[in-house]
Design a binder for this molecule. Sequence first.
Ligand SMILES: Cc1cc2nc3c(=O)[nH]c(=O)nc-3n(C[C@H](O)[C@H](O)[C@H](O)COP(=O)(O)O)c2cc1C
Length: 321
Amino acid sequence: MRTSLTDRFDLAVPVVGAPMAGAAGGRLAAAISTSGALGMVGVGGGASPSWITEQGRAAAESGLAWGIGLLAWVLEAKPGQLDAVVDLAPPLVSVSYGSYARHVPILQQAGSAVATQVGTVDEARAAEQAGVDFIVARGGEGGGHGRNDVATLLLLQAVLDQVNVPVLAAGGIASPRGLAAVLAAGAAGAWVGTPFLACPEATVTEAARDLLVAASETDTSYGRVFDVGLRQAWPPEYGGRALRNQFFDQWVGRERELAEDEDAHAELIAAVERHDFEKAVIYAGQAVGLVRGLCAASDVVADFARASELLRHAASIPEDA
Ligand SMILES: Cc1cc2nc3c(=O)[nH]c(=O)nc-3n(C[C@H](O)[C@H](O)[C@H](O)COP(=O)(O)O)c2cc1C
């Protein structure tokens, strides 16, 4: 399975372990990279430059390709996050969700390839203009934040038709079947988050892991309830997909009221602190329905590698069959 992604980073499997703030630190990134894919560290709003340096060093320990994912809207207030990443110069950096274009040449000059996640064809065209090395076409079924306007397969087809930059597909790619499908369509690889969430190397509590394993593909919902409740300044076009819970059901459609309700805010913060997931958020995509149990990152990557059998089978189907 050689693609422009595997060639650029010397990978055995055309999969990037997506940056996931709160779940993907240096340990998960290193485990994914050691298994033949490319693991990334997710940097959230609260991450300090020293945390980034520490996690980046842990991810880099394998000596193989790895990456870091930044949130563009956070960098406005926390430029030190970018400085820490420039100092580390990981082989791959993603900057998504907000004004990222001015950071692209800085990161490239430091020696990193740059990716950004897009949710529409217009965003993909803008990413090509900004000079990124990889475009991640991320559909609405994906976990965590992003747009919910277009589903992965349609977005991938449309973006591949419009840009000349290598494209990775993200959102709902959870098995060798999904990887084979996007490679056959012309993607250079898959950008995979949710399927790694239940791995022991992810920084997810045991209670959250149990809920992820028990959830089906219909158990997520998309919206801004948790961002509003936690007072996080995400650009409004990027809501989040998470396991649906009592807090979401109580406040969806009433986000303006929630923005003013200090008791509800305090209640949510307290729930996060005591890991009460009837209220606290667990970000995950529809792919959660295929997460079956505690599975090492190396097993998840090895499973994706089976896409090559499916592609060989597809290639052997006679044209007149
Ligand atoms: C728990 C969680 C946290 C995430 N955090 C980030 C993040 O910090 N930065 C980012 O660019 N994307 C983040 N994402 C989005 C992922 O990079 C990716 O788009 C998504 O996981 C792909 O869809 P999938 O979950 O169906 O594989 C997160 C996703 C999840 C599930």
